[in-house]
Design a protein around this ligand. Structure first.
Ligand SMILES: Nc1ncnc2c1ncn2[C@@H]1O[C@H](COP(=O)(O)OP(=O)(O)OP(=O)(O)O)[C@@H](O)[C@H]1O
Length: 343
């Protein structure tokens, strides 16, 4: 390859997927880290002196996130403390292996690690849920439970922020998905770099503008240890379509990813559109747009032998629950997410 475009005197070893610049390794690291730093400072993501839980799956995004945050904290004196928070969904041959990677990250980056499991929080592992529901709708359970589990973990650790490794591709995919579904409520909030989990601990996305391809390159050239196997259960089909579409568009012009994010950020929801109002779940207290939150409904279905209960339309679900004696979410087993003492 030719000379580094930054004229540092080194040979370029890569072409940046985001900008097309030909860079040497050091200049790429510098550019990547400076952009994440810019994202953090522009959005005032963290207050100095705070504690941040990094949601760590062992995958490339959260591994790079933990590593870069540590670098930037030292370089720019953010005065932050970090912890790793992992959710063990109970997926044999996938999460058990990736958690070993997270433990390695814990040692390498000197960040304390907390692991919470679905089994302890909800009484079910994903392996058990899949044996009930099959492979078709299992992502619904996993996504809903993980979101709540991360919030519970952040509360348990008493951190000031929860940082996730969502990258630019993830956000652009979500914008596309919400447009395709006509989901205005989600469309209006999916590009936010800071979101409120409902329990007062903000969720932040420092890699919001980092391209997935660059995250992989950064991890590769830094020789970071991460887990790259796909989940053994079926992927979310709808997101899969948005993903394929985005990858095709990226081939035509990589800046399409940023353009989609910026378009999503600029969208204003028409005031006449009906938006759900948020309240607290009457069972577990978690923030929800319905009387009973999605996690409690899914759990109700599992515990009452009707695992598809939470999969359909919410109006049908409500009717079905009202027709049943549903005073106890977990059938009295004491393992449902109404039991806050579990964490
Ligand atoms: N089991 C988990 N425990 C803790 N955090 C998680 C877990 N799964 C996902 N996350 C968080 O949510 C983010 C987005 O998750 P997603 O499932 O989209 O994974 P991904 O894009 O493959 O990211 P990664 O490469 O970090 O696994 C992750 O970067 C991580 O911060």
């Amino acid at each position: 390859m030719s000379d580094c475009s930054r004229k540092c005197g080194n040979n370029a070893v890569l072409r940046r997927p985001k900008t097309g610049d030909k860079l040497c390794k050091e200049c790429f690291f510098d550019a990547f880290e400076n952009e994440v730093h810019f994202t953090i400072t522009e959005a005032k993501l963290f207050k100095p002196g705070s504690t941040v839980a990094v949601a760590a799956s062992g995958g490339k995004d959260s591994t790079v996130l933990a590593y870069v945050l540590k670098q930037l904290n030292r370089r720019f004196k953010y005065d932050l403390k970090f912890m790793l928070l992992s959710i063990d969904e109970g997926i044999t041959g996938y999460r058990d292996d990736s958690l070993e990677t997270v433990k390695q990250n814990r040692d390498d980056y000197e960040m304390p690690l907390k692991i919470l499991s679905y089994k302890d929080l909800y009484g079910w592992t994903m392996d058990e849920i899949v044996s009930e529901i099959g492979r078709k709708n299992n992502c619904t359970f996993c996504g809903v439970f993980r979101r709540q589990a991360l919030d519970r973990g952040a509360n348990l650790l008493k951190v000031d922020y929860l940082a996730t490794g969502h990258n630019a591709d993830d956000i652009a995919e979500t914008v596309l998905m919400n447009i395709l579904r006509g989901d205005l409520a989600r469309l209006s909030r999916c590009t936010s770099i800071i979101t409120d989990s409902g329990d007062g601990i903000p969720r932040v996305k420092p890699l919001k503008y980092a391209y997935e391809k660059e995250i992989v390159m950064y991890a590769y050239f830094k020789k970071l240890v991460y887990f790259s196997t796909e989940c053994v259960f079926s992927p979310n089909a709808y997101r899969g379509h948005a993903r394929v579409l985005l990858k095709d568009l990226e081939k035509i012009d990589p800046s399409i990813i940023m353009n989609i994010i910026h378009s999503g950020e600029s969208l204003k929801v028409n005031k006449t559109s009906k938006m759900p109002s948020l309240q607290n779940c009457v069972r577990c207290g978690y923030v929800s747009s319905q009387d009973i939150c999605k996690a409690c409904i899914l759990l109700e279905g599992l515990n009452s032998g009707r695992p598809k209960l939470g999969i359909g339309k919410s109006s049908k679900v409500k009717k079905s629950i009202e027709n049943k004696d549903d005073k106890v979410c977990c059938g009295g087993a004491g393992q449902c997410n109404t039991d806050k003492t579990l964490i």
